[in-house]
Write a protein that binds this ligand. Sequence first.
Ligand SMILES: Cc1cc2nc3c(=O)[nH]c(=O)nc-3n(C[C@H](O)[C@H](O)[C@H](O)COP(=O)(O)O)c2cc1C
Length: 320
Amino acid sequence: MNSPFQTRVTELLDIQYPIIQGGMTNISDAGLAAAVSTAGGLGLISASFGGGTPEGLRQEIRRCRELTDKPFGINMSVGRGDRTALIEAIIQEGVSILFTSGRSPEAYMPRLKEAGVKVAHVVPSVRFGVTAQKVGVDIVVAVGRECGGSPGLDDVSTLVLVPRMVDSLSIPVIAGGGIGDARGFVAALALGAQGVQMGTRFIATRECIAHPNYKEALLQASERDAIVIQQSHGTPHRALRTEVSEMILKREMEGASAEDLAQYLSSESNRRAAVDGDLGAGFLYAGQVAGLVGQVLTVQEVIEDIIQRAVALRERLARL
Ligand SMILES: Cc1cc2nc3c(=O)[nH]c(=O)nc-3n(C[C@H](O)[C@H](O)[C@H](O)COP(=O)(O)O)c2cc1C
């Protein structure tokens, strides 16, 4: 495929540009995934769509297929519960790319490999990347502490995590966390990554179902406005600084447990805030790169801007 940035990841996933739209619970539906794939990257549908049922996920996959003829994938947390039925649904629908997160996908690897599914596993730590390679995944996504979503407990930044991961593995590594423009993209490639995964940047796109209140809050945010909550519960989440996230943090400091705060931590309260725009209902995920997001653009504009500027940047660096 014609691309100024061909890597092991573009070859493995059969995509034009090594830009992945990370799975985002309640946010990355078929519409966003299809827009990213059509623009030459790889879109991922979050398995949270379709109510978490195999039939619901099938419908979302079919919707995506109607919107794009390019490859797309699914992101699924394999942390808790049995995912066998969801994985069978994916295989039967002919989706051949799965990004897993949460815990090692080991239990599902024999079936996934038998079905020819390419598996990328998302991790915040080198030791989890090493395990993922051992159990047979094709790609590891190394996500640093700057990221929106779950930064993991080790607190290692992308700038250190990615080269450590690259040095520790033989399979390709995708870098995530803090990447939102051409500078981050080129830097990730310089660190040895074969591609990038971005979440926060894609929220501020026209095709994203995030509520305008969420997008506006993201545009207004600086790099200091993505705070880590629930560290005290052992499950850190990076979220936009809002009244709700600051209240959660304050109550945590006073000793509140996850059960005490359950009303604000559920997936449904996140959906009400993120999609319905009721910012008092729950917290909103966002990474530090929010400080670099200044405009709502189309997905194609985001991707083309990155690629065009990255080509110019590469030439500028070569002249140094
Ligand atoms: C709104 C939002 C929801 C997310 N949900 C998930 C998820 O369900 N599963 C997952 O593995 N990662 C999730 N992530 C992480 C992204 O897939 C991606 O790794 C991360 O956003 C990259 O960092 P960045 O936000 O700095 O671009 C989420 C991120 C955001 C911003």
